[in-house]
Design a protein around this ligand. Sequence first.
Ligand SMILES: Cc1ncc(COP(=O)(O)O)c(C=O)c1O
Length: 380
Amino acid sequence: MTYRIPFNRPCLTGSEMTFIGQAIQSGHASGDGTFTKKCHALLEQALDVPKVLLTPSCTHALEMSALLLDIQPGDEVIVPDFAFVTTVNAFVLRGARPVFADVRPDTLNLDETRLESLITPRTKAIVPLHYAGVGCEMDAIMDIAARHGVQVVEDSAHALFATYKGRYLGTFGNMATQSFHETKNFHCGEGGALLINDEQYAERAEIIREKGTNRSRFFRGQVDKYTWVDVGSSYLPSDMLAAFLLAQLESREIIQAKRQRVWERYDAGLQGWAHEHQVQLPCIPAHCEQAYHMFYLLLPSLNVRQALISHLKTRDILSVFHYLPLHLSDMGRKFGGQPGNCPVTEDISDRLLRLPFFNDLTEGDQTEVIEAITEFDGWK
Ligand SMILES: Cc1ncc(COP(=O)(O)O)c(C=O)c1O
C-alpha cells in the first residue's frame, strides 16, 4: 500500500545514475572496483578510521565482526534489548548466548549504568547501538569494556557522521558497522560497511570478506598466488552499488543539511503540543551531535500510539513503530527472556512512533503531518 506522504522515500542527489553508468562501462562491475575504493577512501578520511570495507548490508558487517572476534558457542554477547534483529542474530549465528541490556529512558540507548552487572567471565563483546543516530555513553562503555577485556562493536547503522564529545561515532569500538539500506541517511538500496579501528583485525577482515582467500594480498603483489587461508564468505557488494553510494557520500553536507531542516521543523512544530500532552520527543544530550536520522514520538500508551497511526492513515500519512523487545521475541524467549527483564524497553517499544522522514520531504507535506498530529484527539 502506498501513501501520499510515505514514511520513507529513497532520494537521489544527482550523480548516482552517471556513476552507475561509469561503473558498468569501466568493465569492472563486480566488487572492489574503482567506486568501492573511492567509498573506502572517502569514509576512512572523513571519519579518520584506519580501514573501511563496504559490505552488502550492515547485517553482513555485523556477521563479519562476529567472525573476526572469533565468537564461539557459549560466548556471551551483550546487546541492547531495543535493537534490530541482526544486531543480535549475527552473534547468535556463531553460537553466542545473547545477554539483553535494558536501555535508558531518555536516549533509548544501552543503559551504561547497568552494563557492568551483566558482564561475566564468558562475556566476549558488547554491541552498543546509537539509536536514532544519538551517541551512547561511549566513555563509560569503553571504560567498562577495557577493565573486563571485552571487545566493542558499535552498531552505527543510524549514526554516520554523528559525534560523541566531538568524536565520530563508529570510531570508539574495536570495530563498527554502518547501513546503507534505503531507509538510512546515505543509501544504495541495500548496503553496509565495516569500520575497523583496531588494526589487528584489518588483514583478516579482508580475507573473511573475500571468501576466506588472500585475494587482496595477491592484488597488492604481496603473494604470488591466492588461495584459501581462512573461513569466510562473499561479503563485498557490486561496484555498481558502490557507485550509487559514492554519489550520496560526496553529497553528505547537502543531505545532512536537508535532514537537519526536517528534524528541526518537527521539533519546533511539535514542542508545545508534546508538552501539553505529555509526549516525549527525542533527547539529544549536549555532548552529542546527532545524525538527524529519525524523529520519533513517545506517546502516553500503546492504545494512543495505535490510534495516532490510524488517524494519520486517514490523512494518507504513514507513520511506523519500531523494534519489539528482543527478549520477548520467540527467539529471545528461547534464551530465557521473560516479561519484566527489561522494563524500559518493554514500556517504550509499545509507545514509540516514527514520523515520515526523508531528505526530500517538502515543507508543505511536513506541515500537513504536523497539523494532522496536533489535530489528533484520540487520547483515551
Ligand atoms: C540498528 C540497526 N542495525 C542493523 C540494521 C541492519 O541493516 P541492514 O539492513 O543494512 O542489514 C538495521 C536496519 O535497519 C538497524 O536499524
